[in-house]
Design a protein around this ligand. Sequence first.
Ligand code: MF3
Ligand code: CO
Length: 257
Amino acid sequence: MIVCRSAAELEQMRQAGRLVGEVLTELAAMVAPGVSTADLDALAEKRIAQAGATPAFKGYHGYPGTICASINEEVIHGIPSGRRLLREGDIISIDVGASLDGYFGDSAVTLPVGQVSEHAAKLLRVTEEALYKAIERARPGNRISDIGHAVQQHVEAYGCSVVREFVGHGIGQRMHEEPQVPNYGEPGRGPRLTEGMVLAIEPMVNAGKPAVKVLADGWTAVTRDGSLSAHFEHTVAVRAGEPWVLTAREVPVSARR
Ligand code: MF3
Ligand code: CO
């Protein structure tokens, strides 16, 4: 069942989403060579607690972190570690989820650490653009697969590839609700979008081939071919007029850098 949220519920989801956005903005400002992914995790945990909210990922199927921190060929679900230090030229996906007063927000960005290669910068740009093309399709009357189609079209036009094994999702009073939101496919398939649906749209894009595998830690997904991977995510409400990006940041992460 796909739940549609009332205007009052969407306001509450915006509060959760706003917090997630603020945490991401703060984490982005911390990203620099020498910082560990555990440092980022600790700040996120502190800020979420200070806001009276709860980390969404910690304890989810046993996941140990507040954030996911996925570097270079890591696609998603990288586990924060004090031994994992950022290095100049890396790219890092930071994924944050939290629940506030029973409603969830989920958002991710991929950031450059210092100066990165042209190749890496292009991957980040293409993936973020794909997210916004996808959000543009989150309108009443469209279908779920229109979202993934928009991602795939954009990404493949630039010679990158879309990860198939992981998908976006409905979100609300649980982090993962129906429907699944794949990042590929023919347009015009799947459930029709209606006002009040809330979707976490999250393209995962590889610079090389699409295949991924999960490491022995049981979480970290990496590209099989070792190519770089990027991930951007927003929690978005479908409504009349423009899609509402519930995790929108007042200060865009990229503008602060
Ligand atoms: N944004 C991811 C998702 O929507 C993060 C989940 S990490 C997990 O699935 F540990 F909680 F699974
Ligand atoms: Co998500």
